[in-house]
Design a protein around this ligand. Structure first.
Ligand code: SAM
Length: 272
């Protein structure tokens, strides 16, 4: 145990960098479960965000034959580019995934995106990817379990909030694997889980302007204990809430994804 403890910041000769949210998977059983959930097939257009020391990259490449990876850490990029047998199977892109245009990878067919994400940027990264939803077949991400709970939350639950609405409007959300801290080196302070996000081809909740929806949700959930009327004061009049069938005295977490889409479309129409 002390041995594990002494070496817990270093994995396969690489010292984990906190600023890049580096927690490397070390558990073969869990890695296999995750790769089974992704189910990569030969010829698919796969792209991994943050391959790190290739814990997921290698077994995925074994099944798919080839994949693209986006990594920000220059040392890790160098290791991947000079890796004795993996380098043949990889297209290594040194970049910040938050600033990457994912549409460029989908010229021929939609991409399948996956990654054990750096937790400090996971929410902005998911929203960044949603702006390319029509270029994406599906996504599998390791996230803090708490974030997966929020993505999957239904109206009325304490976990339901702006990211539940923003993501559920665009994607089917399926939690797939639970992962304890001990599966990583160094172990994170929180529990983790892998979630599958499948963008809808035809969303059950169509919305005119997704950016409008996201900014509306920021405002609507700003103070959860206030009523929807108060949170949206100055933006949407109470009479308008009523005419859309929404009780102005309801709390923001009781409105459905569809309700938020209706409110968002009303705002978009006002701006037209
Ligand atoms: N996939 C590896 C694994 O499962 O063991 C590493 C996962 S580690 C949690 C996150 C990885 O994302 C690291 O390799 C880190 O350098 C990389 N990373 C951090 N920020 C990034 C960014 N903005 N764009 C691309 N990669 C990033």
């Amino acid at each position: 145990m002390s041995k594990h403890h002494n070496h817990s910041q270093t994995h396969l000769g690489h010292r984990a960098r906190k600023r890049f949210g580096q927690n490397f998977l070390n558990d073969d059983g869990i890695i296999e479960e995750i790769v089974d959930a992704i189910n990569p097939e030969p010829g698919e257009n796969l792209i991994e965000i943050g391959p790190g020391l290739a814990a997921l990259t290698e077994p995925v490449a074994d099944r798919s034959g080839h994949l693209k990876v986006v990594e920000i850490d220059r040392d890790l990029v160098e290791r991947l580019r000079t890796h004795p047998f993996l380098n043949q199977k990889l297209d290594v892109i040194e970049a910040d995934a938050l600033k990457t245009d994912f549409r460029q990878f989908a010229a021929e067919k939609p991409v399948r995106v996956f990654g054990n994400l750096p937790y400090n940027i996971s929410t902005p990264l998911i929203f960044h990817l949603l702006s390319f939803a029509d270029s994406i077949e599906d996504m599998h991400f390791m996230l803090q379990k708490e974030v997966v709970d929020r993505l999957a939350a239904q109206p009325g639950s304490k976990n339901y909030g702006r990211i539940s609405v923003g993501v559920q409007q665009a994607c089917e959300v399926t939690p797939v694997v639970y992962v304890p801290p001990s599966a990583f080196t160094p172990p994170p302070k929180v529990e983790s889980a892998v979630v599958r996000l499948t963008p809808y081809k035809d969303s059950p909740y169509p919305v005119k302007d997704r950016k409008q929806l996201h900014s509306l949700c920021l405002t609507a959930f700003n103070q959860r204990r206030k009523t929807i009327r108060n949170n949206l004061k100055g933006l949407i009049p109470a009479e308008q809430l009523e005419s859309l069938g929404i009780d102005p005295s309801a709390r923001p977490e009781t409105l459905s994804v569809e309700d938020y889409c209706k409110l968002s479309d009303w705002l978009t129409e006002q701006a037209e």
